[in-house]
Design a binder for this molecule. Structure first.
Ligand SMILES: [Fe+2]
Ligand SMILES: [Fe+2]
Length: 251
């Protein structure tokens, strides 16, 4: 089977457990916030979007690095799961492709090459990824994949909607994000699939649950730093999740 056929088969056959479904439902307001944050940014700053691309490239590269860490550890794991291993390999392929597509667009329109080491990330970007690069944190990475790929999916979806049918640079962005949207949906499902492994016994579920919201909060903060502070979005976040993790006034 080709990579695309394998993904399709997985998406058609996988159904997440009740615990995961419930968690995903609880993240729904966060997904809506991601959409509205991105929508507002694109409505007001569509022509500045290109300047955010190096930060997006930096994220794509950071995800590649943490997936690589997963692959290294999974192959030594006593509970080695072949499908998970292969699918994370597919994710690596996707994220390197995202990096390539976005950095090519950036280079074509600015003349500058994006190299991850030359990008100075926002503080929240470093906070999101720092602990994921460390060894022995497979559960943290499973939580992060679950909590972040859904947000990435919704913001990619909105990007396609805002740039579709336009010309030049925006058309290129639209086409790149069409591919990214499709891939992020697969990563979101992969996040659910990977987290099942740790939720199966039920012993860690409260811990998983609270870390999912904590991680989604960090992710949301990262988007606020890349796309600009949005008071309405922060207020909505705090009213939905403030009892779990509060986003401060000065992000
Ligand atoms: Fe990506
Ligand atoms: Fe992804």
């Amino acid at each position: 089977l080709s990579s695309e056929e394998e993904k399709k088969q997985f998406l058609e056959s996988y159904d997440s457990s009740y615990f995961i479904k419930k968690l995903d439902e609880e993240l729904e307001p966060y997904y809506q916030l991601q959409k509205s944050l991105m929508k507002q940014y694109l409505e007001n700053h569509l022509n500045d979007f290109i300047h955010s691309l190096p930060y997006r490239c930096w994220n794509e590269n950071a995800v590649v690095d943490f997936c690589a860490r997963d692959l290294l550890e999974l192959s030594k794991d006593t509970t080695f799961e072949r499908d998970l291993y292969a699918f994370i390999g597919r994710q690596v392929e996707d994220e390197t492709k995202h990096f390539l597509m976005l950095s090519r667009i950036y280079e074509k329109h600015t003349g500058n090459v994006v190299r991850p080491r030359d990008v100075k990330p926002f503080k929240a970007q470093e906070e999101v990824f720092a602990q994921l690069f460390m060894g022995g944190e497979a559960i943290k990475r499973a939580i992060a994949r679950f909590a972040s790929e859904g947000g990435a999916y919704y913001s990619a979806l909105v990007t396609v909607e805002a740039t579709r049918g336009k010309s030049g640079l925006l058309d290129e962005i639209s086409r790149a994000y069409e591919t990214i949207t499709r891939d992020e949906f697969f990563h979101k499902k992969l996040g659910e699939f990977g987290l099942e492994k740790f939720a199966r016994s039920g012993d860690h579920n409260e811990e998983i649950r609270s870390q999912v919201f904590e991680y989604a909060g960090k992710q949301f903060k990262m988007y606020l730093q890349i796309y600009g502070y949005n008071k309405d979005a922060v207020d909505v976040w705090n009213s939905c999740y403030g009892d779990k993790i509060r986003i401060g006034d000065l992000v």
